[in-house]
Design a protein around this ligand. Structure first.
Ligand code: FES
Ligand code: FES
Length: 232
């Protein structure tokens, strides 16, 4: 069929044909105006794309509106013992800043709503869900992520070594959160019972459901820490 041509099925007869007639009449109308079916479809697609693009534009302008003044956004935060200058929006979470501004992707984002613990970091030695902490609120505080646990020479933290000793995880997506929670908990209770440690890190979830092995690994980490056991 050429552009501008219109086929006319079932022009006369039943009610169905009557409905068809209505569409045909529209098409004839369009054809009379030089609008082919193909061009009509192209027009619909382009219109949809335009509406969709407009949505992005409006969304972008909304975000730009929230982005605020550059002077307010530039802050310095202490992460893993280093002063890091970062451009962070007022509503930006610490997890977002760590992962996407500072490249510290060891901090995971699971739920992004304070439920799973995958994003746990230490703030002034206390475990926090970094997905639920605004970056601007940690300006005068000390943030430690999983990347900051090992010694400068690469020697693992005793709790990290505990994971290796016991092979405590399956996919390990939740691992850095569990380790950070355990390290934080051991600062207040360095010699916990298994039950105490289980309670201490109960804010962390593992989708692979490997809790028994994880707890064994964390207990080994506590033991390593008490013995001052470090590994190359
Ligand atoms: S990602 Fe922060 S608690 Fe789940
Ligand atoms: S080991 Fe897979 S989510 Fe915990």
């Amino acid at each position: 069929m050429q552009d501008g041509e219109v086929t006319i099925p079932g022009r006369q007869g039943s009610n169905v044909d009557d409905r068809i007639d209505i569409d045909i009449d529209k098409e004839l109308d369009n054809a009379a105006k030089g609008v082919s079916r193909r061009n009509f479809i192209k027009g619909v697609i382009c219109g949809g794309a335009a509406v969709s693009s407009a949505g992005y534009l409006f969304r972008a302008s909304n975000l730009l509106g929230q982005y605020g003044d550059a002077g307010d956004r530039l802050i310095t935060i202490n992460v893993n013992g280093q002063q890091r200058r970062v451009d962070a929006m007022k509503q930006e979470t610490l997890a977002w800043t760590l992962r996407y501004k500072l490249g510290l992707t060891g901090t995971k984002l699971g739920c992004d709503r304070a439920e799973c613990g995958a994003c746990t970091v230490l703030i002034d030695d206390v475990p926090h869900y970094s997905c639920s902490v605004l970056t601007h609120t940690v300006r005068n505080r000390k943030v430690v992520t999983i990347e900051g646990l090992a010694a400068a020479d690469g020697t693992l933290h005793p709790v990290q070594q505990g994971v290796i000793d016991e092979q405590g995880f399956q996919c390990a997506f939740c691992m850095s959160g569990f380790i950070m929670s355990t390290v934080g908990f051991l600062k207040t209770n360095p010699n916990p019972t298994r039950t105490e440690l289980a309670h201490g890190i109960s804010g962390n979830l593992c989708r692979c459901q490997d809790y028994d092995k994880i707890l064994t690994a964390m207990m080994r980490g506590a033991e390593n820490l008490r013995k001052g056991k470090v590994h190359a």
